[in-house]
Design a protein around this ligand. Structure first.
Ligand SMILES: *[C@@H]1O[C@H](CO)[C@@H](O)[C@H](O)[C@H]1NC(C)=O
Ligand SMILES: *[C@@H]1O[C@H](CO)[C@@H](O)[C@H](O)[C@H]1NC(C)=O
Ligand SMILES: *[C@@H]1O[C@H](CO)[C@@H](O)[C@H](O)[C@H]1NC(C)=O
Ligand SMILES: *[C@@H]1O[C@H](CO)[C@@H](O)[C@H](O)[C@H]1NC(C)=O
Ligand SMILES: *[C@@H]1O[C@H](CO)[C@@H](O)[C@H](O)[C@H]1NC(C)=O
Ligand SMILES: *[C@@H]1O[C@H](CO)[C@@H](O)[C@H](O)[C@H]1NC(C)=O
Ligand SMILES: *[C@@H]1O[C@H](CO)[C@@H](O)[C@H](O)[C@H]1NC(C)=O
Ligand SMILES: *[C@@H]1O[C@H](CO)[C@@H](O)[C@H](O)[C@H]1NC(C)=O
Ligand SMILES: *[C@@H]1O[C@H](CO)[C@@H](O)[C@H](O)[C@H]1NC(C)=O
Length: 321
């Protein structure tokens, strides 16, 4: 009796241990920001320097619906702002693949498509109640692709990506996928890149073309920390120095289509598989700004010179780097 109880205690103990370990690799939500991966803070603002690139915030999501051999893969987006001259601002986005330590990025084969123009719909965010109006906090808003993209569109794109890549012999898979995406109207996706704009502007990258990132700074925006990072692609959108433009561009949603294909004879994937992940920088309200009141910084930014000053400073500081 005693013996059995001891054994079951041991079992329980080991279960707890495994559970504890598993917890560490889980994200609290499907899309998380700097708080979850513990970026350093600059005053109350998030700041994350990855390699040589400094971002005002990041968004991290696991790639959903991957085959079990690819479980734990993440996509990360970072954004910064630079001066564009004549009241213009450049909104620079960089995208990274996070790979669990036991998975070698060189063993992956397939393509990543970043849809650079944001979808028409937005994620729901925390709502700040105000005297005259209630405002959604764009910065903290988060969600998953099905919240903002028609399921039909997601299904169509992933299915097409799967079938096109499966039908192509290894060499020019991503070029073939790109041609296919440019050639078709994808009626189900007419609002993917903005209302009535179809797929919008997109960038196709091969997994064979990622560059691994050296872990040399105080920010490693992935969880667990033992995961590796590789740069997928970068994109710049030009906006202006108004608050509206900042919120529209810096915190925009970027859908990312991935397709993984078999590679050689001991491949990680048996057959092509494809997923859609939605990325967005997630930053929590600056506590300094949140302190007073009912109005969110979104509305204050344009009217309150102090807060507007901070935003411009962020941009200016990075230009100066
Ligand atoms: C801003 O981000 C872009 C990537 O989108 C990067 O190339 C650039 O170096 C970054 N700028 C700074 C000052 O870190
Ligand atoms: C803001 O939201 C609150 C609570 O949901 C509601 O009672 C109020 O009427 C809303 N105010 C406006 C201006 O919409
Ligand atoms: C991939 O192609 C093979 C033959 O070329 C076919 O048997 C298989 O059904 C295809 N798989 C998918 C997911 O399209
Ligand atoms: C997509 O954006 C890039 C740079 O941002 C630009 O060079 C290219 O012409 C755009 N393509 C389309 C189809 O709009
Ligand atoms: C990698 O990128 C270069 C140029 O950007 C291109 O010529 C090459 O074909 C790409 N390689 C793969 C495997 O896609
Ligand atoms: C990256 O550096 C952090 C410390 O800054 C460390 O905790 C983490 O394990 C490192 N990860 C890798 C993959 O090197
Ligand atoms: C700045 O950008 C916003 C958002 O795109 C736009 O609505 C506004 O007209 C632009 N303002 C100027 C002065 O260009
Ligand atoms: C598997 O790949 C190895 C090396 O790439 C090759 O030597 C071997 O013949 C392959 N086996 C089969 C069954 O194709
Ligand atoms: C916040 O509001 C309170 C009272 O309304 C005021 O005393 C305080 O100075 C304000 N703080 C800031 C940082 O504006």
């Amino acid at each position: 009796m005693v013996h059995i109880r001891l054994a079951s205690v041991a079992l329980l103990h080991s279960l707890l241990l495994t559970y504890g370990l598993a917890e560490d690799t889980k994200l609290s939500e499907s899309l998380v920001g700097c708080d979850e991966v513990s970026c350093p803070k600059e005053n109350a603002h998030d700041r994350c320097t990855v390699g040589e690139k400094t971002f005002l915030g990041i968004g991290l999501s696991r790639i959903p619906n991957v085959p079990s051999t690819l479980e734990g893969l993440s996509l990360i987006k970072g954004v910064n702002i630079s001066e564009g001259g004549e009241g213009k601002r450049k909104f620079n986005s960089a995208y990274y693949l996070g790979t669990p330590s036991e998975l070698d990025v060189n063993d992956l084969s397939g393509c990543v498509v970043a849809f650079n123009d944001p979808p028409e719909k937005q994620f729901d965010g925390p709502v700040k109640t105000g005297k005259d109006r209630n405002i959604t906090e764009v910065q903290a808003a988060r969600g998953t692709c099905p919240d903002i993209i028609e399921q039909e569109c997601i299904d169509t794109l992933t299915e097409r990506a799967r079938s096109v890549t499966n039908a192509t012999s290894n060499g020019g898979v991503c070029a073939t996928l790109e041609r296919e995406l440019r050639r078709n109207a994808f009626e189900e996706c007419r609002d993917l890149g903005g209302k009535g704009r179809g797929l919008g502007n997109f960038t196709v990258t091969s997994f064979g073309n990622l560059s691994t990132v050296r872990n040399s700074t105080d920010c490693w925006p992935v969880k667990p920390k033992s995961d590796d990072l590789a740069l997928i692609t970068e994109n710049t959108a030009v906006g202006n120095n108004t608050a509206a433009s900042m919120y529209q561009e810096a915190w925009k949603i970027t859908p990312v289509l991935t397709v993984f294909i078999g590679k050689g004879n001991n491949s990680l994937v048996e057959k092509a598989s494809s997923q859609m992940t939605c990325l967005k920088v997630v930053t929590e309200e600056n506590p300094e700004e949140a302190e007073n009141g009912s109005e969110s910084s979104a509305s204050m930014l344009s009217t309150n010179p102090r807060v507007a000053g901070i935003a411009v400073l962020i941009a200016a500081a990075w230009v100066a780097l």
